[in-house]
Design a protein around this ligand. Structure first.
Ligand code: ADP
Length: 522
């Protein structure tokens, strides 16, 4: 507790902030207590303070490993200005400067030293680290150690060896904003940090209202939305360059101040469009996912996805470009089941190996489930990223959906027991055929026409049953296996429904009304 109050004093005296942000306090406390920690926080969440404050409280020095050479100087300048002795060692400095910094490091003149991971290749550097007292080893962008991360760097694997080589072992703090379960597990395993020492926090964005729109004419929806939100800045993401061009032409012909951005355009044209958007000369940007990296436009009031993105990470990153200024903003996904094929096609066509493709398919499936969930969208997202203690946002499309809930336990039991009787070896389409009593030859040859659940939902259409299975999957009663052709298996939650221990409720189905018919412009 004493250390933590000292940490708060530093927060005020060196940084001028009165309160820790969500997660910072827990991370700093754990580190100060000598526990190796994995800290997962969104970009801009305030990760730097989590190692800089302990660095000031520990007696020895803190080594910060970072792949971002261009940012090291800025960080060090900011620290030096705040009166914290720090330096960096990377390929941007010459040999004599490096020698000088290493000498001063050995003389104990710095509290923080930023290094690029390539430094760890030099044995003399490891020897030097052993001569000084390293209290804390902070690993920034720690996902670079994982082959599942989007930015794997072989030099990061040297960190594992480094930890074995410095004595006494410093406290390890691995930091990242990439929170997929497999990346997190990799970081823990490779750095030998217990899973229970992971602190994941702060991914929620209170000012964003998420929504999924299904079964509507998307072009009409966009036109209507833009009219209602005239002069508001927004981004419309589409999956292909062709669709970006088409939407751009459409909006342009309506007299909307619109720009476009995709990798097929010249660098000049892209830069010009981006600039015009940043300076509000155009209000709407229609773009592929190529747009947005490193863009910090604060007043984006909405982000519309015309097609389903490839995974939850991309979606949250792109949608998260709305409302950087903290004002209420909307994130809308226009879902149409056939668009899933576009994303599957991208995976199929890529040169990834089979294992990686299967991984991407399973991530796409989580994205699809997002579109079918009836629980809070923001909560679904946070749970995906592993933030357990999230609560319903109260403002998303699902939280504000006032349709009556009806009990569908019996229908759910029919579906789940049918899947069990088929030995959990088939995918959605075939299961639907059995439930609706199709004459498919394969059903007869496998003897499924004799199951008691054969044709048990025959009064429903295949589309309705498919959607119901999607709903059961999204709510966690069913789990698709990995791979391009997943089979559905019943989860423990589903078994509890089968045993009568859990009831299933679903929002009443209502026909979606068209926004406008026969609009000549679309
Ligand atoms: P990250 O590395 O997680 O992207 P940074 O460490 O660069 O984020 O911090 C992002 C911004 O938030 C910085 O401007 C930082 O000064 C600020 N910040 C960090 N912690 C706090 C806090 N407790 N209160 C207010 N601002 C903070």
């Amino acid at each position: 507790m004493l250390l933590l109050s000292k940490a708060k004093d530093i927060l005020q005296s060196y940084y001028g902030y009165t309160e820790f942000r969500k997660g910072q306090e827990a991370i700093i406390n754990q580190v100060l207590n000598g526990k190796d920690t994995v800290a997962i926080m969104p970009t801009g969440g305030g990760k730097s303070i989590c190692y800089q404050i302990p660095a000031l409280l520990f007696s020895g020095i803190t080594i910060v490993i970072s792949p971002l050479i261009s940012l090291m100087k800025d960080q060090v300048d900011a620290l030096t200005n705040a009166g914290i002795p720090a330096t960096f060692i990377n390929s941007s400095i010459n040999v004599s400067e490096m020698d000088e910094r290493l000498r001063r490091m050995e003389a104990g003149e710095f509290k923080l030293i930023y290094i690029a991971p390539e430094r760890l290749e030099a044995t003399f550097f490891i020897e030097l680290l052993n001569r000084v007292n390293v209290s804390l080893l902070a690993i920034d962008e720690a996902h670079c150690i994982s082959q599942w991360g989007h930015d794997f760097r072989p030099s990061y694997l040297l960190i594992k060896k480094l930890i074995q080589q410095i004595h006494p072992k410093p406290v390890i703090l691995a930091l990242t904003a990439t929170a997929t379960p497999s990346v997190k597990d990799d970081i823990c395993e490779l750095l030998n940090i217990p899973f229970s020492n992971v602190i994941l926090t702060g991914f929620g964005r209170e000012n964003l209202a998420f929504q999924v729109i299904k079964g509507q004419d998307r072009d009409l929806f966009i036109k209507d939305y833009i009219q209602k939100n005239e002069d508001q800045s927004g981004i419309i993401y589409a999956a292909t360059r062709k669709e970006v061009e088409r939407l751009y032409q459409q909006l342009n012909s309506l007299g909307v101040r619109v720009g476009k951005y995709h990798a097929g355009m010249s660098e000049n044209e892209r830069a010009r469009n981006q600039e015009e958007f940043l300076y509000d000369d155009i209000t709407i940007m229609v773009a592929t996912s190529a747009f947005g990296m490193g863009i910090n436009k604060s007043n984006v009031r909405y982000v519309i996805h015309y097609h389903i993105p490839k995974n939850m990470e991309s979606y949250y990153q792109e949608a998260g470009r709305a409302g950087r200024d903290g004002l209420e903003s909307e994130c809308i996904l226009l879902f149409s089941p056939q668009d899933i094929h576009i994303q599957k096609f991208f995976i199929d066509q890529s040169d990834m190996n089979i294992e990686r493709k299967e991984y991407e398919y399973s991530k796409l499936r989580k994205m699809i489930s997002y579109c079918h969930t009836e629980t809070c969208f923001q909560q679904y997202i946070l749970q995906y990223f592993g933030e357990e203690d999230s609560y319903a946002c109260g403002k998303c499309g699902n939280c504000t959906d006032n349709r009556k809930q009806v009990e569908v336990t019996v229908e759910a039991q029919m579906v789940l027991s049918c899947i069990k009787r088929m030995n959990e070896r088939f995918g959605k389409t075939f299961i639907t055929k059995v439930l609706t009593g199709s004459n498919d030859k394969k059903i007869n040859s496998l003897g499924f026409h004799q199951l008691s659940t054969y044709g048990i939902l025959k009064e429903k259409t295949q589309k309705e049953v498919n959607e119901f299975i999607d709903f059961l999957t999204a709510e966690g009663y069913l789990r698709p296996t990995d791979g391009a052709y997943p089979v559905l298996v019943v989860t423990n939650k589903g078994i509890s429904v089968l045993m009568g221990g859990e009831k299933v409720f679903k929002k009443e189905r209502v026909e979606v009304k068209r926004l406008a018919q026969d609009n000549p412009l679309f």
